[in-house]
Design a protein around this ligand. Structure first.
Ligand code: HEC
Length: 144
């Protein structure tokens, strides 16, 4: 009985701090609540992929995209994924000129760092995977 209530209490604590952590994260990025343009720092434009594009690059990018990004950005990258609809800030549409005119480095920086509802993927992927994702976003932007 005693043990039960301890377990119950720590569950509530854990759950409570998960919620607190979530709202804290949102508060920490007030810019995400307005539709302010998201600009990567200028130095990010100088980032270049050190990896050679090979036949598998796009296939690997697509696989990662389908698993980690399509729920919000949509399978074809129009920002129309099922999970995106509930967000205050709409997920980016990769067919938009605003995205297309950015450098690879800026997109790499953004998907690494995230903002508001866009999660930071810095520690989720190896650099090579992040560049595969950039290549795949580029590919989506060229398709209709
Ligand atoms: C939980 C939903 C969600 C997931 C999952 C998600 N994104 Fe996003 N993404 C967003 C939102 C929302 C924005 C717009 C953020 C903003 O402008 O503040 C965004 C913006 C971006 C941008 C910036 C585009 C621009 O406008 O310059 C890139 C690049 C991006 N996402 C790539 C990815 C990649 C790659 C993945 C998967 C590895 C991914 N996102 C997964 C929600 C998501």
């Amino acid at each position: 009985m005693f043990l039960n209530s301890i377990l119950g209490a720590s569950f509530i604590l854990l759950f409570g701090s998960a919620i607190a952590g979530f709202s804290f994260q949102n508060n920490a990025h007030p810019a995400s609540l307005s539709q302010e343009p998201w600009v990567a720092p200028a130095w990010a434009d100088t980032l270049k992929s050190p990896f050679h594009e090979e036949p598998l690059t796009l296939a690997q990018g697509e696989e990662l995209f389908t698993l980690y990004c399509a729920s919000c950005h949509g399978d074809a990258g129009y920002g129309d994924g099922a999970a995106g609809g509930a967000l205050g800030q709409k997920p980016a549409n990769f067919h938009d000129t605003l995205v297309k005119k950015q450098t690879d480095g800026a997109l790499f920086w953004k998907l690494s760092n995230g903002r508001g509802n866009m999660p930071p993927f810095k520690d989720v992927f190896e650099d090579e995977q992040k560049w595969q994702l950039v290549a795949y976003i580029r590919h989506l932007g060229k398709t209709e």
